[in-house]
Write a protein of this length. Structure first.
Length: 406
């Protein structure tokens, strides 16, 4: 039962299109919020039955201190926020995300099969992603309503981001960029925990396909960074056959462009399509991201008191109404800039400590953390439980220095 609950928990960790309360609760009751206490209780029972005490490693203590201090700063900024109720609610959500994922990571640290169980949950989640992508596409063309109800549970299909006339399919995640990050985490879990080689390869192909459907620049940058770090830090041999095939393809494309200029013209027309423009750094939203980051730095350094305590956690949308009119979720689209602007310079320093320490120290989650660092330059995962879970897991599995012998 504990295995099944852990697999179900990782399968639905990012599924915030699902509201288990159907809108009747004062907040969105996601599967993560509902399952986390159950998984914690299940793991405590397992520890009791197996007579294994819960041990906290030095990495766990370091993470608890740094993350706890960050949460405290978020709550401290509530008292200077213009909208204290919004700031308090969002700081409470941050505390739940940090504490819940940390508790699960600590309780599962003694499991020899933890990654294998989570890999099974990831493989099951791919079916969920496929089902949601189909439902969202049908909703996009008007064949399904924006909300589906199954008893007390409601599923939101609306609010899709788009690239020209095409939707950015995000599976059960409400935001396409965050869906891309969840898929990066899923790829790392499958690569480390899938039992059979063919299952691992097939799952990775499906994950990459879903990642491309999100059309997320931030996710592609994060995935590329994670892949490069993996290749640099592991003794992975690059197969000659795929390398030769890629080289031959490049030579073929170059030859066709010289021998058949009409083909080259068609290719250039395809490059000008909305999808490829979305992936360009000169596209409008890319310039908008840079403007938001510049705006956030200006807001953060407006005064000494603003730099010290921030404008209030979760209150960025109030100073961005000219950019996101009527939107209560507007932000500076950068984890580091948003933390600096909303909770002060100390929160920024703690955020940098939390993400760069496991990236520098190493461990099995190093590549994912490196991808998260790059991803969060132009986006933010403060409300994504998968981010806090891999961060806690990375701190717990940092290699220890061997004691010196005299």
């Amino acid at each position: 039962m504990s295995n099944a609950l852990l697999a179900l928990w990782i399968m639905l960790i990012g599924a915030d299109r699902i509201d288990l309360a159907g809108g009747r609760a004062p907040f969105l009751l996601t599967p993560f919020l509902a399952l986390t206490p159950v998984v914690i209780a299940s793991e405590l029972v397992r520890h009791h039955r197996e007579r294994r005490p819960v041990r906290a490693s030095p990495g766990a203590l370091g993470y608890a201190l740094a993350a706890g201090a960050l949460v405290c700063l978020a709550f401290a900024s509530v008292f200077v926020a213009q909208e204290m109720r919004v700031a308090g609610t969002r700081a409470a959500l941050l505390a739940v995300d940090v504490a819940g994922t940390f508790a699960v990571a600590v309780l599962c640290a003694d499991r020899p099969n933890a990654v294998r169980v989570m890999a099974a949950g990831v493989i099951a989640s791919l079916v969920v992603f496929a089902a949601f992508d189909v439902l969202e596409a049908l909703c996009w063309i008007g064949r399904l309503p924006e909300t589906l109800n199954f008893g007390p549970v409601s599923i939101a299909l609306s609010g899709l981001q788009n690239v020209g006339p095409l939707p950015r399919l995000a599976g059960p995640v409400a935001d396409a960029n965050r869906a891309g990050f969840v898929l990066i985490v899923y790829a790392a879990i499958v690569a480390a925990g899938a039992r059979h080689v063919w299952v691992r390869r097939a799952a990775l192909v499906v994950i990459v396909s879903f990642l491309l459907l999100t059309v997320s620049r931030s996710a592609l940058l994060g995935a590329s960074t994670a892949l490069v770090v993996t290749l640099l830090t592991t003794r992975t041999r690059v197969a000659l056959a795929p390398l030769a095939a890629a080289t031959a393809a490049l030579v073929l494309v170059a030859g066709l462009s010289l021998a058949a200029p009409r083909v080259a013209a068609r290719v250039s027309a395809a490059v000008a399509s909305p999808v490829t423009q979305r992936l360009s750094t000169t596209e409008g939203s890319a310039r908008g991201h840079l403007a938001l980051i510049e705006r956030g730095l200006g807001e953060a350094t407006e005064s000494v008191s603003r730099a010290a305590i921030g404008l209030g956690y979760g209150n960025s949308y109030l100073v961005l109404q000219d950019v996101f009119p009527g939107n209560r979720y507007g932000n500076f689209h950068s984890l580091y800039v948003t933390m600096f602007a909303e909770a002060g310079v100390a929160a920024l320093v703690l955020t940098l400590v939390l993400v760069f320490t496991p990236a520098a120290a190493g461990g099995p989650w190093r590549a994912v953390i490196a991808g998260a660092i790059v991803f969060n330059i132009f986006y933010q995962t403060t409300t994504e439980p998968a981010f806090w879970f891999v961060l806690a897991a990375a701190w717990l599995t940092m290699p220890r220095r061997a004691p010196r012998r005299t």
